[in-house]
Write a protein that binds this ligand. Sequence first.
Ligand code: ZN
Length: 107
Amino acid sequence: MVQANTISQLAALLKARRSALQQAYEANAAQLGYDDEDEPGCADNVASLLNSEFRELRALNHAIELQQLGMYGRCEECARPIAAARLRAIPQATLCIDCQRCADRVA
Ligand SMILES: [Zn+2]
């Protein structure tokens, strides 16, 4: 099981990442409003970047929610603890590596 202090470290990381991403997201959203007429094609790139930032933000928010419920660090699918190394690499992970592989295959 992941240590409580590791979880609070990761939670701090999640929140820092979320605010950085939030800023980047807003900057890109603003850019999307200005640039689409000058540079055709550019808007698409920003839109897809925005989309992936938005998805990551959602994942971060979800992980923070789980952390607040005391359920962070546990796989949402099989309820087994997620490996600490995996959480350090991807703090917003809410599935263990096995369930993630299954989910990736379905998606
Ligand atoms: Zn699992």
